[in-house]
Design a protein around this ligand. Structure first.
Ligand code: CP
Length: 324
């Protein structure tokens, strides 16, 4: 299947092949430095970012592309996404008008949006990104949407695969991968957790367990296939990889019901794992989501994970460029 857009794991036909391609780029960043020559990529941000904006720019540069970043939320006209809107409010320009213009300027368009966390139906309809796909007329890459963060999840699987390769992992043993909820000071989107679950399930090469307090169930569209438990200790036992992430409630949408600090991952908790690698997408609230001792210790894979964002973006861009 040729890749046109990159919005979710459903746009990827062969996950292991994409992971291997990303790892090839990690060792040979300039292997395809002519692939994007003369092409321009636009990175539109409606929300802040450190890793996503920088790693995607580096990836584009490695492929010979020119990258332009546009902080739409601060520097652009306020965009309207509703079809048929009577624009008497704060929005100034409709995506119907802005989208085709952006499609004239760029060969690939990348968009970051966040959910409102106010209205589940609106957020889970993914209207913003769908409207960009509809009106831009060029391939669209999600830099995180209302419900998913596919470039992050792809980098996460690259990190797990790379770590397993370095440990000469036995071909017959599936790694136990655990996604654990963590406390936070404010309601966060479910994007990273949804997306990680979707990618691990689609990858199919792990024993996958999700653990969270009661009332923090995720959308079953993404979690189906995982074992789900409220007992964090049971989940952590014999884990090979532990992914730490906070998310707000999905069912009674966007709330923080319980914020028990006992859910924070510590070195002591890791003692029942198989010397697990600890993952987090960053940014992380130290000593709220994850303890200093874990983040600064030998278990932490977070810097490798963030580094791998470059190779994830580069593999995706290359796949789309090959179709152009
Ligand atoms: N993990 C991640 O997407 O980081 P940024 O928000 O800094 O891009």
């Amino acid at each position: 299947m040729a890749m046109h857009n990159f919005i979710s794991v459903e746009d990827v036909s062969d996950i292991p092949a994409m992971i291997q391609q990303a790892l090839v780029y990690k060792h040979q960043p300039l292997l395809n430095q002519q692939l994007g020559a003369g092409k321009r990529i636009g990175l539109l941000f409606l929300n802040p970012s450190l890793r996503t904006r920088l790693s995607t720019q580096i990836a584009a540069r490695n492929l010979g592309m020119e990258a332009i970043v546009f902080n739409v939320d601060k520097e652009g006209w306020a965009l309207e996404f509703e079809e048929g809107a009577i624009m008497s409010g704060s929005t100034v320009e409709h995506i119907k008008d802005a989208g085709p213009v952006l499609g004239q300027y760029f060969d690939i368009l990348c968009i970051r949006t966040f959910p409102s966390l106010m209205n589940k139906e609106d957020d889970y309809s993914e209207m913003f990104i769908r409207q960009f796909v509809k009106y831009a007329g060029v391939p669209v890459i999600s830099l995180e949407s209302a419900t998913l963060h596919p470039l992050q999840s792809f980098a996460d699987l690259i990190t797990i695969t790379e770590t397993m390769q370095q440990q000469a992992w036995p071909a017959t043993r599936k790694p136990k991968v655990v996604l654990t909820w963590a406390p936070h000071i404010k309601p966060l989107p479910q994007c990273v957790a949804n997306s990680f679950a979707q990618w691990v399930n689609a990858w199919g090469k792990a024993e996958f367990v999700i653990t969270h307090p009661e009332d923090y169930e995720l959308d079953t569209r993404f979690t189906q296939g995982a074992t789900i438990t409220h007992a964090q200790e049971d989940a952590l036992r014999d884990a090979d990889f532990v992914y730490v992430k906070n998310w707000s409630t999905y069912t009674d949408y966007g709330k923080v019901y319980e914020n028990d600090p006992a859910w924070m991952l510590t070195e002591e908790k890791l003692s029942i794992t198989r010397n697990a690698g600890v993952m987090h997408c960053l940014p992380v609230r130290r000593n709220i989501e994850l303890s200093d001792e874990v983040l600064d210790g030998t278990h932490s894979l977070v810097t490798r994970q963030a580094g791998n964002r470059v190779w994830a973006a580069q593999a995706v861009l290359a796949e789309i460029l090959k179709q152009q």
